[in-house]
Design a binder for this molecule. Structure first.
Ligand code: B12
Length: 159
């Protein structure tokens, strides 16, 4: 397949009991305009709902928003749950006001990276840059020869 013709599908939502909806709509609009196919789950999305949607939609990435400050709690074990469900190659991003109050972003980033997120973004991120990163990260995780959810294929093939 021609690289330029490759489609990039992602699942987006606001995790946990978080109902902040404005950023979610902006993310959807900017990413869609940038040529990314967005499956928007809206607000108050559970880990399970993100994972179910990523499997059903054969998405290359899950973008998690957390605005109300409880991101660390809501995102616990997210990467492990993805792996359990065969999404070994899924790209995981998280962004927003991830923790309560003002904390050094480098420290916050390190904690979420430790939890298995590929990239961690502050509220002030340039969304055009995110589109470029997304394409590159999905390409790196899913070489053209492998289909979507290829991590699941590898797990099943090993079983
Ligand atoms: C509007 C608002 C509300 C509204 C939300 C209405 C709605 N349905 O959207 C209401 C009044 C309901 C509300 C409630 C609460 N809120 Co409020 N709210 C705000 C406010 C004023 C604006 C949020 C907003 O729309 N911002 C504009 C959008 C465009 O920005 P954004 O959401 O940050 O999203 C952008 C970026 O973060 C980034 N981004 C987000 N996610 C991701 C993900 C990825 C992967 C990437 C790349 C980028 C990215 O891109 C987005 C687009 O540019 C902020 C203060 C502020 N100035 O931000 C507080 C704020 C977010 N709220 C806050 C709090 C504490 C609450 C409550 C807990 C208050 C309470 N005690 O009840 C509740 C939580 C309710 C709940 N269950 O979620 C705090 C969070 C504190 C923290 N994280 O440390 C803030 C920061 C206010 C503050 N300074 O204390 N809130």
């Amino acid at each position: 397949m021609d690289e330029a013709a490759r489609s990039y599908k992602i699942v987006l939502g606001v995790i946990g009991a978080d109902c902040h909806a404005v950023g979610n709509r902006i993310l959807t609009a900017v990413l869609t305009r940038g040529g990314i196919e967005v499956v928007n789950l809206g607000v108050m999305v559970s880990q399970e709902e993100f994972i179910e949607a990523a499997i059903a939609e054969d998405a290359g990435a899950i973008l998690v928003s957390s605005i109300y400050g409880h991101g660390e709690l809501d995102c616990q074990n997210f990467r492990a749950r993805c792996e359990e469900r065969g999404l070994g190659d899924i790209v995981l991003y998280v962004g927003g006001n991830l923790v309560i109050g003002k904390q050094d972003f480098a420290t916050v980033e390190a904690r979420f990276r430790e939890m298995g997120f590929d990239r961690v973004f502050p509220p002030s991120v340039d969304l055009e840059q995110v589109i470029g990163l997304l394409r590159a990260d999905i390409d790196a995780r899913r070489p053209m020869a492998l289909g979507h959810n290829s991590g699941r294929f590898v797990v099943e093939a090993r079983a």
